[in-house]
Design a protein around this ligand. Sequence first.
Ligand SMILES: Nc1nc2c(c(=O)[nH]1)N(C=O)[C@@H](CNc1ccc(C(=O)N[C@@H](CCC(=O)O)C(=O)O)cc1)CN2
Ligand SMILES: Nc1ncnc2c1ncn2[C@@H]1O[C@H](COP(=O)(O)OP(=O)(O)OP(=O)(O)O)[C@@H](O)[C@H]1O
Length: 234
Amino acid sequence: MAAEDRNDTPDGYASPACFMHEVDPAYMGLEMDGVGSKAWRKAERRRLIDRRVLLGVSERERRTAQICGHLDQLLPNIAGRNISLYWPFLGEPDLRGWMASATGATCLLPVVAEKQKPLIFKSWRMGEALVRGILNIPAPLNGEERLPDIVIAPLIGFDAQCYRLGFGGGYFDRTLAVLEPRPVAIGVGFDFQEIETIHPQPHDIPMDAIVTDTGIRFRKESTAVFGSEVRPAP
Ligand SMILES: Nc1nc2c(c(=O)[nH]1)N(C=O)[C@@H](CNc1ccc(C(=O)N[C@@H](CCC(=O)O)C(=O)O)cc1)CN2
Ligand SMILES: Nc1ncnc2c1ncn2[C@@H]1O[C@H](COP(=O)(O)OP(=O)(O)OP(=O)(O)O)[C@@H](O)[C@H]1O
């Protein structure tokens, strides 16, 4: 039996291995400056990745299908757009099926061209060749480099203000800080990845919206344009 199958039961009953996330960081002796925030984020990432990885296969697929439905609702007109998605790892929602169905759009994969520098984006379609890139992330072999209109960024945690806790390289923040024009940024993850606050730091750039299996959350201050029928009136 595959390890993932053994966990194909509803979660939420067992106690988490660590209650650190329920403790006020100040109580942990962590000031939410650059140093304290790094330690707190490391612990939160570990806890949230563990929870995500332990989702059973069918539960992950069920939730991912709901995420795809919400993406369709949020982005009804993607023809002609350049949309960055991602090659999934560590239990991230696998949106490759959604990518394949995004007719008329050009799908891109983010590429770490240089460590600690903004990402670049290359076009990719299901079936096209990939190479092992920097940090072992698959990257399109022959894709055309393009700027995205829409960036769909996988997340490890998020909060009600649409701040995203990512994998810890700062790659999406660095990228959104320099892309001109600024693309629409959408975080994707599962509902249990919501936390009270990610304790945003000056470099953190919030998402315009966050899509999970249970819904779409819009950042109040965002001016991004989505399908008009889904954006709540200000
Ligand atoms: N599927 C997916 N693709 C993605 C991201 C993601 O979160 N998910 N990224 C989201 O940003 C970017 C890649 N971010 C990454 C950040 C750190 C490491 C990593 O392995 N860090 C090592 C140290 C690496 C080293 O310097 O040698 C580590 O943390 O131990 C990998 C990818 C772009 N592509
Ligand atoms: N615009 C930027 N310029 C320079 N450094 C940055 C920038 N944005 C983030 N960083 C650095 O990257 C590091 C990781 O940032 P952070 O913890 O926000 O990553 P993350 O958003 O979780 O990761 P990722 O976006 O790769 O998934 C931090 O030390 C931060 O200083």
